[in-house]
Design a protein. Structure first.
Length: 256
């Protein structure tokens, strides 16, 4: 069970005459906000890998929070078991059906790196589906003549990190995070052109998920946070009582 203060809240699905009724529980997704060590400049959403039933909610989250980058830290199948339901496609220009009039399309051929596949994906959907939500003001300006809107995001699919194990090439994780930060630099180009920071600023959320959304997800966020603190030379201003373990647990799991 997620803590209400940190959980990601989706807009409720409406129905009935004039959309005056809401589907109970439709605002829920198994995902939490994680604050960065540098306040609002490094923000994360840690979430469970989508199941067949929750893929629509996962795509809604990407649209509603305008998520530009998703790190998928698990394979679709591991040990003969389904670990994450597919919300992407590897077929160029194929419209992959999600639900209702929501589709995901592969914008360009996947790029394969050591331990990682990078996919540029596009979500197309009727903007009217978000009428009455905070996201509507954003998506209504993206309409085409048919009332459809598109949101692009990049998926970094980590393929060399087994469940309950470690990556077979640790250096590849750092390389992947470096690529992620480069893309964040592009997404925040104007803001970063006036900055001398070594790591790109980002006020958008970086979504990270594995299967359960705990082990590999939390580890990736922790690694990224340590790297950020080192490169920003923030370590000199941290108190001797600062604990990254406490920070991650408090932010993701609300254990402490």
């Amino acid at each position: 069970m997620l803590d209400d203060e940190s959980r990601v809240l989706l807009s409720s699905i409406k129905y009935g005459e004039n959309n005056n009724k809401r589907v109970s529980g439709s605002d829920y997704i198994n995902a939490s906000f994680v604050d960065g060590a540098l306040n609002d400049q490094y923000k994360y959403i840690a979430c469970q890998g989508p199941t067949r039933e929750t893929v629509p909610d996962f795509i809604r989250m990407i649209v509603e929070y305008n998520i530009k980058i998703v790190i998928c830290a698990c394979n679709e199948f591991e040990g003969g078991r389904l670990k994450c339901h597919r919300y992407w496609t590897d077929k160029f220009n194929e419209s992959f059906y999600i639900y209702d009039d929501f589709f995901v399309t592969l914008k360009s051929q996947p790029v394969i790196y050591d331990g990682c596949i990078v996919r540029h994906l596009v979500v197309s959907f009727p903007s009217q589906a978000f009428e009455g939500t905070a996201a509507y003001d954003m998506v209504k300006h993206l309409n085409d003549e048919h009332g459809f809107a598109e949101i692009e995001f990049i998926q970094y699919h980590v393929t060399n990190w087994p469940d309950h194990g470690v990556p077979d090439n640790v250096e590849s994780i750092m390389s992947i995070l470096n690529l992620v930060r480069q893309d964040m630099l592009v997404n925040n180009k104007i803001e970063n052109e006036t900055s001398n920071r070594k790591i790109p600023l980002s006020k958008s959320y970086l979504a990270v998920h594995c299967s359960a959304g705990c082990g590999r997800t939390g580890t990736i966020i922790a690694i990224d946070q340590v790297w950020t603190l080192m490169n920003e030379n923030v370590s000199q201003s941290l108190t001797t009582t600062f604990s990254l373990f406490f920070f991650i647990c408090l932010s993701i799991f609300n254990l402490l």
